[in-house]
Design a protein around this ligand. Structure first.
Ligand SMILES: NC(=O)c1ccc[n+]([C@@H]2O[C@H](COP(=O)([O-])OP(=O)(O)OC[C@H]3O[C@@H](n4cnc5c(N)ncnc54)[C@H](O)[C@@H]3O)[C@@H](O)[C@H]2O)c1
Length: 333
């Protein structure tokens, strides 16, 4: 199948491009390289360096790609930045998505897989979080994803767009072998920050709150291996190709690990010292965020291949050790 990957030069998108190629699909990428890396793309994959806010360029790129399906990873995704720059987030994540959907309609493409997020659920009322949990985001980033989910539902009714919205919990790890991995600038995710501390690039890792109502007092999160995320997308692609109706799925490992567990596991995997500083809680950080992933297991037959935290960290470590400065700077826009 011809698949257009919007945001394919980013962390998860670049893993998806490889997974699609390995599964025998044809792939093209649309990305403005705002946070992505040209070097993350395999040789031979066509890149349309286009900003989703440029509707004419998006229409031309989608028409040229003539995709049978679109996977949409492009977004701004820093929660704190979204609070101080909401316009940037609603424009990029909502208006940009509308341009992509309009271009798909014009090109006659009606299959869409959307990168949604656990941030939809705000401060959860219960855990693990299933798809029936109320949606109540507490920041513009989460709200922008909620708006897109609503737009998708309306486009389904009006235009027959069929989609899967995959609400990721914490994407982590890297493809085994260390060829590609996570390189966000600035980095806000725990595992890369811990591994950069192991490499000596940061003096210490800060524990934001040690008095949460969790077994060791630190926040518990659900870390899902990036390759397991990609497998879920491949299954969603097949499901839509077989005529499946639009669906939302919560996508996580189904197990929670505390910040201290992540640091202890990283110490064991790397054999390095990882100094820790105890700090205050950050506003808006729930104590526990864990996915109930039963729906995607039951309906799409998804199973995590790498559920162990040590494996997730080991694969991330292979990337960070072999690329301590991330992707080559010259390859960035
Ligand atoms: N990483 C996670 O843990 C996580 C968790 C939940 C949801 N998500 C969602 O998954 C998706 C991918 O996340 P990621 O960590 O790979 O992010 P990323 O920043 O590494 O990748 C996003 C890609 O989209 C591109 N992009 C952004 N705005 C664009 C625009 N206007 N036009 C064209 N391209 C644009 C960027 O250049 C980048 O290559 C995002 O939608 C994010 O909200 C990620």
């Amino acid at each position: 199948m011809q698949v257009l990957v919007a945001g394919g030069a980013g962390y998860i998108g670049a893993h998806m491009v490889r997974a699609l190629l390995a599964a025998g699909h044809q792939v093209s990428v649309l990305d403005n390289l705002a946070t992505g890396h040209r070097a993350a793309l395999p040789a031979g994959v066509a890149l349309a360096q286009v900003d989703l806010l440029d509707s004419a360029a998006v229409a031309a790129a989608v028409a040229a790609a003539a995709p049978a399906a679109v996977m949409h990873f492009s977004a701004r995704s820093l929660v704190g930045e979204s609070v101080v720059e909401p316009e940037l987030y609603y424009a990029n994540n909502v208006t940009g998505t509308l341009h992509l959907l309009a271009a798909m309609r014009a090109a006659g493409c009606g299959r869409f897989i959307f990168s949604s997020t656990a941030a939809l659920f705000g401060n959860p009322l219960r855990t693990p979080i299933d798809e029936d949990h109320p949606i109540a985001p507490i920041n513009p980033y989460g709200a922008s994803k909620q708006m897109v989910e609503r737009i998708l539902a309306d486009f389904d009714v009006a235009y027959g767009l069929r989609y899967c919205a995959l609400r990721y919990f914490n994407a982590a790890g890297a493809a085994p072998g260390g060829e590609i991995g996570e390189d966000h600038r600035p980095e806000s995710h725990l595992i890369p920050l811990v591994l950069k501390t192991a490499l000596g690039q940061r003096p210490a890792i800060t524990l934001f709150g040690t008095d949460y109502p969790t077994p060791d007092g630190t926040c518990v999160r659900d870390y899902i291996h990036v390759d397991d995320l990609c497998t879920a997308h491949l299954l969603a692609l097949d499901y839509l190709a077989e005529g499946g109706a639009s669906r939302c799925y919560n996508l996580g490992n189904g197990a929670g690990f505390s910040v201290r567990e992540v640091i202890d596991t990283a110490r064991a995997v790397t054999g390095r010292e990882i100094p820790v500083v105890e700090g205050e809680r950050r506003p808006g950080d729930p104590a526990v965020l864990v996915a109930d992933h039963q729906r995607i297991i039951a309906e799409l037959g998804w199973q995590p291949r790498y559920p162990a935290l040590a494996t997730i960290i080991d694969h991330a470590w292979q990337w960070h050790q072999s690329h301590p400065a991330g992707y080559p700077e010259g390859e960035r826009k």
